[in-house]
Ligand binder design. Structure first.
Ligand SMILES: Nc1nc2c(ncn2[C@@H]2O[C@H](COP(=O)(O)OP(=O)(O)OP(=O)(O)O)[C@@H](O)[C@H]2O)c(=O)[nH]1
Ligand SMILES: [Zn+2]
Length: 190
């Protein structure tokens, strides 16, 4: 049995466990669709943020805060494998180098397309930018909805969770941190 077949057989078993008949017409292709869908949603394990960031580093004398905000993402919680739907806001202060803007959402997706908890997702994005861009500071804020808290469990619909990670000047300098917070606060879910 090859890996895909093994994967799809596990999905068939899950269908049986939830009370379905995997041999009924509407479900015949479901194991293969679920496999491909999960492979996409978890494709971040095969990606390296260093490779993404190092492809697009440009020399710049600008040393003012760069903010990319309202970056939408989808992830899945590692406890229930249910969607986490949110927005990330990222800021950094260049230190001789800036990064291609599109690479920031790409790095977010590398970590979002893994099984996650929001706090770690926030840390991992922040640490990757800090390590490979070596800025004077970096800040990440994430505002997200957890379907495991809405569709099941405590069932608190539209509750949101806000997390942040701060490095360098964003941590040590209150003015820098406040500037970041004032720029992103208008984007937080009301
Ligand atoms: N800190 C954190 N917790 C999360 C995240 N996503 C889901 N959780 C929580 O993980 C916890 C898992 O708790 P358990 O008691 O083991 O699981 P459970 O019985 O399904 O919990 P309930 O959701 O309360 O029904 C729950 O409180 C979830 O709300 C996340 O990104 N960060
Ligand atoms: Zn969960």
């Amino acid at each position: 049995m090859d890996k895909n077949e093994e994967f799809e057989n596990s999905i068939k078993k899950i269908l049986e466990h939830v009370g379905e008949d995997p041999s009924r017409e509407g479900l015949l292709d479901t194991p293969s669709r679920v496999r491909k869908s999960l492979e996409f949603l978890c494709s971040g394990y095969k990606e390296d943020p260093k490779e993404i960031l190092q492809k697009a580093l440009f020399t710049s004398t600008n040393d003012e805060m760069v903010v990319v905000k309202d970056i939408e993402f989808y992830s899945q919680c590692e406890h229930h494998m249910l969607p986490i739907i949110g927005k990330a806001h990222v800021a950094y202060i260049p230190n001789g180098k800036v990064v291609g803007l599109s690479k920031i959402p790409r790095v977010i997706d590398v970590f979002a397309r893994r099984l996650q908890i929001q706090e770690q997702l926030t840390e991992q994005i922040c640490d990757a930018l800090n390590e490979h861009l070596q800025p004077k500071g970096v800040a990440v804020m994430i505002d997200a909805r957890h379907m495991c808290m809405e569709m099941r469990g405590v069932q608190k619909i539209r509750s949101t969770t806000v997390t942040s990670a701060l490095r360098g000047l964003f941590k040590s300098n209150k003015k820098t941190k406040d500037e970041f917070l004032s720029i992103v606060s208008s984007s937080l879910t009301k």
